[in-house]
Design a protein around this ligand. Structure first.
Ligand code: COA
Length: 643
């Protein structure tokens, strides 16, 4: 009888195409599940998740995928290579109950202790790394200081005094619960071919509103009137991708003159150009990821679509305007002068056009309104869970001396892990096999994670071990942390046996790449040293779509290490076409283009983080990714369309 009931429920589940992640939809939004059955179903699912019943794909993320990934539904960008793999639901999260987190934490106390003592033989390398870390962190702090001023003091004065608007960072203070938000890619836009664009003209990040983690995208109008540069488009698309991958509701603070016209050809026509932001808004809405917007300045042309495509929008009197063509264009076309207020102000859009839903008489009122709107989204904040966790036994400040200045200054990676894991405890997997990769389990602020960390060259055995371990994490729904410090590409083989070893290694690395690409658990990559060549793909580099990817300021990102450039044919070699000065120039260029700041400016990552803050950032990301467990997900698959 019970079996029959469960079978019926499974069929109903499939018909309702309720997404496997998140808590169940209440019966009101899922008519196929009457409330009594719903309770039974909920219990069954919990049993499955706790391993008491047959292994269910529902707990593993391979189960009935989101309707958006089926061919009948509108194509989701997640199914098109922006997510974690083709035709697959985004990563499922562990179905652990809250008490299981505490139990897991208890079990962790039995994991072996890592020996994090820095032996005297390593001291000189440690000192060298430390000096390098201090220098790059100084540079990093200077850059952040410069960026905190947006478009500069004059532009801020014009924005606040003449235009009577709040500076974007002040706006975030009013919007977010507190200041402990995670800013994404603050260095984006530095040193572009078209100049320095502070923070790419748009602040993005993840912060809590009414206790719920939300992605925010906020134009900074002190940077060329908030106009959108190519790098600004890329930054907004990345923020939306994060929202989709982690199912985070999104808030847009729109204050933008639309496209930066001189660069229109790099902004308008292509697939991942400006229009993709609006496309994503519709897809996100269909995925049941709510989006709300505040019109807190001028929203011209492209800028006007962002709030109009959002599910709910607030517009601020006097400072918020919304139109496809502003007063100067109207004057040019018709000879008629019309004020911005009459053409597209708050009254017009809330009383006549319906492009905005709420009228706010001040900025403060607008952010209060947005908080109220968020409270109607039926989103449960993460439960306030007090989990006790042990701090690492070794000081995180010592990570500065462990962050390798270059690959030759790499120290055993377990010294780093001993400063990141709760209680410096680590349950290692295959400790004596393929030792140039360290794999195992540990906790970060109470979250169970699988660790994959480079500890030398990614050899054949190390890659096989990595492949095995990544599959274990996928099977057990455990998020994976990759600590990347890949070796510069190896020299060409000089014998048949070496060539054979190379191809064996290639095969093993390909196996690990496949395991990483297809693993449906959340992944975070931290580049702690080098991110070189193809090994960086194996270690879940950007193109392998980790949920988050951060760099330490000492990190180097390039196809090859400029310091190993002597292996390239030198002038005088028979097959060399370039001269010595050309090679010198190339080496210098490679050196400049490999820095963490160069990478972050181009959004090849989600930001540079300080080694001593790594634990905090990782814990924050794990909590953010966990939020989707508590969401109501219904089978509805159409976006909200403004009428
Ligand atoms: N493309 C390129 N530059 C632009 C721009 C655009 N679309 N819009 C504004 N700018 C530049 C201005 O030239 C100015 O540059 P400067 O500081 O070097 O002088 C800077 O941005 C600030 O503009 P300003 O008009 O002084 O600031 P403001 O706060 O008074 O007004 C806007 C901002 C956006 C309301 C106003 O500039 C505007 O209406 N711009 C035109 C918007 C438009 O038509 N966009 C169409 C895009 S398809």
């Amino acid at each position: 009888m019970m079996f029959l009931l469960l079978s019926v429920l499974r069929v109903m589940w499939n018909r309702a195409t309720v997404c496997s992640r998140g808590r169940l939809a209440p019966s009101t939004s899922c008519p196929l599940l009457p409330s009594t059955l719903h309770r039974v179903f909920h219990r069954e699912r919990q049993d499955l998740c706790h391993g008491r019943g047959p292994v269910s794909p529902l707990c593993r993320g391979h189960g009935p995928v989101s309707p958006l990934c089926h061919s009948e539904g509108p194509a989701s960008p997640l199914c098109h290579g922006q997510g974690q793999g083709p035709g697959r639901a985004p990563a499922a999260l562990p179905c652990r109950s809250l008490s299981s987190r505490a139990k897991s934490q208890q079990a962790a106390k039995r994991y072996p202790l890592l020996d994090g003592r820095i032996r005297s033989v390593f001291r000189h390398v440690f000192e060298e790394n430390l000096r390098n870390s201090e220098a790059v962190i100084k540079r990093y702090s200077e850059l952040l200081e410069m960026l905190s001023k947006g478009g500069g003091e004059n532009a801020i004065l014009r924005h606040t005094q003449r235009n009577k608007k709040l500076f974007v960072r002040e706006r975030l203070k009013l919007l977010l619960d507190d200041e402990s938000f995670l800013e994404l890619s603050p260095l984006a836009g530095l040193n572009m071919p078209y100049g320095d664009i502070p923070a790419a003209g748009c602040l993005t990040g993840i912060g809590k509103i009414c206790g719920v983690w939300c992605v925010f995208m906020a134009n900074d109008a002190t940077v060329k009137g908030g106009t959108i540069y190519p790098i600004g488009v890329k930054k907004q698309l990345r923020a939306q991708e994060i929202a989709m991958q982690n199912r985070l509701l999104s808030v847009y603070l729109v204050d933008s003159g639309g496209a930066f016209l001189p660069l229109q050809s790099e902004l308008f026509p292509d697939k991942l150009h400006g229009g993709r932001v609006f496309y994503n808004e519709a897809i996100m809405s269909a995925m049941r990821i709510p989006q709300v917007a505040v019109v807190c300045g001028s929203c011209v042309a492209g800028g006007a679509y962002v709030p109009t495509m959002a599910e709910e929008a607030v517009i601020i009197d006097k400072i918020g305007t919304l139109f496809l063509a502003g007063p100067p264009l109207v004057k040019a076309a018709t000879g008629e002068y019309v004020s911005p207020e009459d053409l597209g102000g708050a009254k017009l859009h809330t009383e006549v056009s319906g492009c905005s839903d709420h009228f706010a008489s001040s900025e403060k009122e607008a952010y209060e309104c947005i908080r109220n709107v968020i409270s109607t989204l039926n989103y449960d904040p993460l439960p306030e869970e007090i989990t006790e966790h042990d701090n690492p036994l070794y000081s995180p400040d010592e990570l500065l001396g462990l962050a390798p200045r270059d690959y030759r200054c790499t120290l055993p990676v377990k010294l780093i892990l001993s400063r990141l894991m709760d209680g410096s405890r680590f349950q290692e997997f295959k400790a004596n096999y393929g030792t140039t990769l360290v794999t195992g389990f540990g906790h970060v602020e109470g979250h169970l994670v699988g660790i994959v960390a480079n500890n030398g060259e990614l050899s054949h055995d190390a890659s096989l071990k990595g492949s095995h371990f990544v599959q274990l994490c996928s099977q057990r729904s455990i998020p994976i942390l990759f600590f990347q410090n890949t070796a510069p590409p190896i020299a060409e083989p000089t014998s048949i046996s070496q060539a054979e070893a190379h191809s064996n290694r290639l095969k093993a690395q390909a196996s690990m790449m496949a395991a990483v690409a297809c693993s449906a658990v959340p992944k975070i990559t931290v580049v702690i040293g080098g991110c070189y060549g193809s090994e960086s793909y194996v270690m879940c580099g950007r193109s392998f779509s980790p949920n988050f990817l951060f760099l330490w300021p000492n990190a180097r990102v390039a196809l090859m290490d400029s310091r190993h450039f002597s292996t390239v044919p030198q002038a005088g070699d028979s097959d060399c076409t370039g001269d010595e000065s050309e090679l010198k120039h190339l080496k210098k260029k490679l050196e400049e283009e490999s820095s963490a700041f160069y990478s972050s400016a181009r959004l090849w990552d989600d930001g540079v983080i300080l080694p001593q803050n790594t634990r905090k950032v990782i814990a924050q990301c794990l909590e953010i990714m966990e939020q989707q467990k508590y969401q109501v997900i219904s089978p509805w698959q159409y976006p909200v369309i403004r009428v």
